[in-house]
Design a protein around this ligand. Structure first.
Ligand code: FE2
Ligand code: FE2
Length: 490
């Protein structure tokens, strides 16, 4: 009996842990909640009102309308929950986008049913959602959009329904993984070809002729023009994805990789004006990437986040030790710990300004303040104490917030370990390196910096191991190979 109770307790604990979001959810304002609710009501009305137009109207028709209305309203709510579960930091703007696309599709089914193929109505929005919000949200959206047909007279036949479900699911699944615009273009060619072939096989050319010689146009039911129209609408969607990215703050994989391009003007500026910071950025990028891979986080996100995390140092590069290159340290010249602490905090504030000016998405911008969290600027705090200045410890802490996601927390840990690992003696053992890493990570954890990141003890263990393996790689690179005059084979 005791065993069963312990097992049940363990299961309950595991279930509760699985419900903890990996990132802190963003708060949705009351006005946004009201807008989202109104859009859901509108979707439910559009999806069900045709049922009230039957004459004579009897009680069973009213009941059937009420059932459809409630069904669509509940499924809209489930869709919002699924999107929040997949993207805990989803903004209200993005939820409004998902629901507006659903509203547009339900309206299009009523207005354009005779002109537009259902494939062209449902697949392109699924592509936008999968790119911006992920595959699971897109699949949930597709299931609601394919199952609810406002006008039963326009409901599609079972074979076309099957083709629609398969094509939309393929787009949803691949759309969430695609990493470049070129792959998106390939998708917009192959999906219409696939739909054309499957329509040919499943529906046959008798019922849906491939060419209508008299009236070749975009009329629903013509197999060739349906697929051609689908390809055109998908190409236009891809063309407009950057617009959705900037308007709704979507962060697609392609956008992430574009931002990670080291030829971007802001990154080029960093490499030219603050070469030390640029080198530091690349090194912690390597540490953070390995650790993120170990815990199964978002590698593309952290790679790009690492590149921009210290961009604010551009406001005064020579005030940071990595860029001084033996020249005079301005902090020594001013000899004012309070002013020095202000300069350090300014690298966060200025970084946020640079990010805003260069329209860097919020998920990347979050790395700027969160990699410093509310860490103490220990060196200048002790200097102030030595000078017997009346100082408050909080004046020597970064303004925060502390890391709100696993990725920003990993970057903070990598940022802390990078300098120590770089300075470590080449002959240091793995044990010594691991001790240094553990010391830095534990001090940040004890300081409460990881409290909001949801990193578990096991994940912190894996992060330490990942940093160690990167350090081993660095050490291997630094080992000088013996050279000899006769060494002609390398
Ligand atoms: Fe920093
Ligand atoms: Fe840094």
């Amino acid at each position: 009996m005791q065993n069963i109770t312990t097992t049940l307790k363990k299961l309950f604990y595991l279930w509760r842990r699985s419900q903890v979001p990996t990132k802190q959810p963003t708060k949705v304002s009351k006005i946004d909640n009201l807008i989202i609710f109104l859009v859901c009501i509108l979707i439910s009305i559009i999806s069900s009102y045709e049922k009230l137009l039957i004459t004579p109207l009897n009680i069973s028709d009213i009941f059937s309308w009420l059932l459809t209305f409630t069904e669509v309203l509940i499924s809209s709510g489930i869709l919002i929950l699924v999107s929040k579960k997949e993207n805990p930091t989803i903004s209200s703007r993005q939820i409004i986008l998902i629901m507006t696309l659903l509203l547009a599709v339900q309206t299009a089914k009523l207005v354009l049913a005779s002109t537009f193929s259902p494939l062209s109505m449902i697949i392109p929005p699924a592509l936008i959602i999968s790119q911006g919000m992920g595959s699971i949200t897109a699949l949930a959206w597709v299931s609601i959009a394919t199952l609810n047909w406002p006008d039963p007279a326009n409901a599609i036949n079972i074979n076309l329904f099957f083709i629609l479900i398969v094509c939309a699911s393929v787009v949803s699944l691949l759309g969430g993984r695609i990493r470049s615009r070129a792959q998106l273009l390939q998708l917009s060619i192959f999906v219409p070809i696939g739909s054309l072939l499957s329509q040919w096989i499943l529906i046959g050319q008798d019922k849906m002729p491939p060419f209508d010689k008299q009236d070749f146009g975009f009329s629903n039911g013509n197999m060739f023009s349906d697929s051609f129209l689908l390809a055109i609408v998908m190409l236009f969607t891809i063309l407009f994805i950057p617009f959705f990215e900037s308007t709704f703050g979507l962060l697609t994989k392609a956008r992430l990789l574009e931002l990670a391009d080291k030829e971007k003007p802001l990154i080029r500026k960093l490499s030219l004006e603050a070469p030390g910071t640029f080198e530091h950025t690349l090194l912690i990028g390597g540490l953070a990437e390995e650790a993120t891979r170990m815990i199964g986080g978002d590698i593309d996100l952290i790679k790009t986040g690492a590149l921009y995390h210290d961009i604010g140092k551009l406001h005064a590069p020579n005030w940071f030790i990595e860029n001084q290159d033996g020249s005079k340290n301005p902090h020594d010249e001013i000899d004012d710990p309070i002013r020095s602490a202000e300069v350090l905090q300014a690298h966060v504030d200025e970084g946020l300004k640079y990010a805003r000016k260069n329209r860097i998405p919020k998920s990347i911008t979050n790395f700027i303040p969160e990699h410093q969290g509310t860490l103490k600027m220990g060196y200048f705090f002790h200097k102030a104490k030595e000078k017997n200045l009346k100082v408050n410890e909080n004046d020597f802490r970064y303004k925060g917030p502390i890391p709100q996601s696993k990725e920003t927390a990993i970057l903070m840990l990598a940022d802390g370990c990078e300098a120590a690992l770089r300075a470590m003696n080449i002959s240091a053992s793995d044990k010594e390196a691991l001790e240094t890493i553990s010391e830095i990570i534990n001090s940040r954890r004890n300081d409460g910096q990881l409290d909001d990141s949801n990193l578990s003890k096991g994940e912190i263990f894996l992060i330490k191991r990942a940093f160690l393996s990167v350090w081993k790689r660095i050490r291997h690179r630094r080992i000088q190979y013996p050279s000899s005059k006769n060494n002609t084979f390398s």
